[in-house]
Structures are given as structure tokens and as C-alpha cells.
Design a protein. Structure first.
Length: 344
């Protein structure tokens, strides 16, 4: 199973970065792709964004970004920048924007964040889901979505589109109340429709699994949008005799950031679309692989609103040991520090 996953991931990444399919995927090839994609992102941002034309004024992408480590020369962006200057980060005309997401913030101003996406930006996530969930759900599965899915471009809608490409039967139900008032209805739906896989928050899945312990059996459950405790994962797997996978993402990433593989020992990032760093939250310096720090990411293929060195406030590290699944993609350790939903 792990060999299959390794081949699927490698083939997908090779196609995205333009490698010959007969050649094995290497870290060197990924790093060169990320450097070149970073240069193109900087050019797009400098030439088309009022905000980045100022913050990147002293940066020449071709001469200043000789290696991927040169990203440390670039300034950080954060939530306050999105609030105050988000519109100025947009790099396409209004006619090119297909979706705008407005998110509440916890800051003192109370002003929202706004994220802009083109159709191509959203296609990146659909493609990611299509390939990333291929081992979790296939044509023989019925997949239940218990996250927002009514609006075009919402997390549930993108997951539905990605899974449908793989021939999966999808039930896009949407979120359920946290008070448990719809739990019996959902459990009846799972049994009636033969649901074998599910996307939900950890709290919703844990609550449902406890109520149906021994009565239902699922193959896999994908948890996203909120912190996943070890207890929640244990409860769900024990109650439903399933495998629990975790996903790390936020709207700022385009919803998808990194996902657990079959071994479920960390998250493999979307390295063809996102460049992750781990920094010291105090000094801003990049830490050594294996050391904990703050997760920072840069979009490499985003059209509407590139984000450069965006500080998430989340805590993790890069796991230095090779992943048992055989993939050469990096691995993020389980995310900690933020228990609130991440912009879904």
C-alpha cells in the first residue's frame, strides 16, 4: 500500500514540475522547481501588486534568489498585512477573480481578512484532493462531507469535485450542529447509504463515533479544520475500526497545505504549490530541520493573491527521518498551538 502511495505521489509531483516520467523524483529536482517558481511568483507580485511593488522594491528575483535558501532575504507577511493591505496584494483584474473569501479575525480591530482566488487557483486544490485522497477513497467508496459545501469554492465543494474525478460517490451534506441535535440523522444516513469514508472536524467525528461504537464500520476518516488530539484519533479509530488521516490547511494556503500518508506519521506538504519554512518565532531566523518553530509558507503557483513568507502562528517541525511510505516529500510534524478552526 505504501509503495503504491509513493508511486502515486511521485508521479503527480513529477507531472506538476515537468519532470520526465521515466526519471525518479529527487529532492534536487523539487528544490530547483521551487526556486524557479519562487522567482516567477516574485515577478508576478512585484509587477502586478501595489503592496508587493513596495515591500519587494529592493529585490531582483533573478539575481537575489540564486538558491531556495535566499528566500530568507524576503520580508514576512502576516494576518495584520492581510487585514490592512489585502486588496493591494491582488495581482489580477477584478474580472479574473472567481471567489473572494471573507474571514473573521480575533484582533482588536475586528476587521476581516479577505482572500482572492482565480478559477486556476481553485483548480490547484481540486487536483490536490483528486490525487491526495486516492488511497482514502476510490470508486467502491461512498464519501460523506460534513464541512461547508454549498458555496462554490468552499472546502466541501472542492473536495466533492476532486473525489468525483476519481469516481467516488460523494454525499455533500455540510456542517452539523455542535450540540449533537443532528447526530442521529447523520448516523442513520451513514448506515443507510453505506458510507465508508468521511471528511469532518475532529470534534464532530469523535462525537458521532462514540454514539455508534460497534454499530458502524468505516474504512477511513479525514480530519481537518481544527486541532486533532491523540484521544480523538484513538476514539474514532476504535469505535469505527477505521484509519484516521489528518490534513493541515487554511484558507490562506488555498485550503490545502499538507496531508498524512498511509503511515499517518506526519504530513507531506504540497511542495509543488507551497514552500514551507520553520522559523524561530522571536528572531525570524530559519531553524534547522528537526527543530520546532513557527510554520511559514509561500505560495508558488497562486495567481490572484500570492502570499510570500506568510506567518501562520502554528508550531511544528520538519521530521528528518525518511517517511516509511517511501515518498521523498518533506514531512511536517503534527501541528500544535492553535486549537481553533483554521479559516474554513
Amino acid at each position: 500500500m505504501c509503495d503504491t502511495l509513493n508511486r502515486m505521489i511521485d508521479e503527480w509531483i513529477k507531472k506538476k514540475i515537468g519532470m520526465p516520467l521515466k526519471e525518479p523524483l529527487t529532492r534536487a529536482a523539487i528544490i530547483v522547481w521551487q526556486r524557479d517558481a519562487l522567482r516567477q511568483t516574485l515577478k508576478l507580485a512585484k509587477n502586478n501588486s501595489k503592496y508587493y511593488s513596495k515591500t519587494l522594491a529592493g529585490i531582483d528575483p533573478d539575481t537575489d534568489i540564486k538558491t531556495i535558501s535566499d528566500i530568507s532575504k524576503l520580508p514576512f507577511t502576516n494576518e495584520s498585512d492581510l487585514i490592512s493591505s489585502g486588496n493591494g496584494m491582488v495581482c489580477v483584474p477584478a474580472s479574473g477573480v472567481s471567489r473572494i473569501v471573507t474571514l473573521p479575525t480575533s484582533g482588536t480591530t475586528g476587521e476581516p481578512k479577505r482572500l482572492f482566488f482565480t478559477e486556476a487557483d481553485q483548480e490547484l486544490m481540486i487536483d490536490y484532493i483528486h490525487h491526495g485522497l486516492a488511497l482514502m477513497a476510490g470508486p467502491a467508496d461512498t464519501f460523506l462531507i460534513l464541512m461547508p459545501c454549498k458555496r462554490t469554492g468552499s472546502i466541501g465543494d472542492l473536495v466533492r469535485k476532486g473525489l468525483t474525478r476519481g469516481g467516488v460517490k460523494v454525499i455533500p451534506h455540510g456542517t452539523i450542529p455542535g450540540d449533537g441535535s443532528e447526530d442521529e440523522k447523520i448516523l442513520a444516513l451513514i448506515g443507510r447509504e453505506g458510507v465508508s469514508s468521511m471528511l469532518a472536524t475532529a470534534s464532530a467525528a469523535q462525537r458521532l463515533s462514540k454514539q455508534s461504537s460497534g454499530k458502524l464500520k468505516l474504512r477511513s476518516v479525514l480530519l481537518s479544520a481544527e486541532y486533532v488530539s491523540a484521544q480523538a484519533r484513538t476514539d474514532i479509530e476504535a469505535s469505527w475500526n477505521c484509519l484516521v488521516y489528518e490534513h493541515y490547511g487554511m484558507t490562506e494556503m488555498g485550503l490545502g497545505g499538507a496531508m498524512a500518508c498511509e503511515t499517518r506519521t506526519g504530513y507531506h506538504p504540497r511542495e509543488a504549490d507551497l514552500l514551507f519554512e520553520i522559523i524561530d518565532p522571536i528572531t525570524g531566523a530559519v531553524v534547522k530541520d528537526g527543530e520546532y518553530g513557527e510554520v511559514v509558507f509561500t505560495t508558488l503557483t497562486r495567481e490572484a493573491m500570492p502570499l510570500i513568507r506568510y506567518r501562520t502562528g502554528d508550531r511544528s517541525r520538519f521530521i528528518t527521518e525518511p517517511c516509511p511510505c517511501g515518498s521523498i516529500l518533506k514531512r511536517l510534524d503534527r501541528i500544535s498551538d492553535r486549537g481553533a478552526p483554521k479559516g474554513y
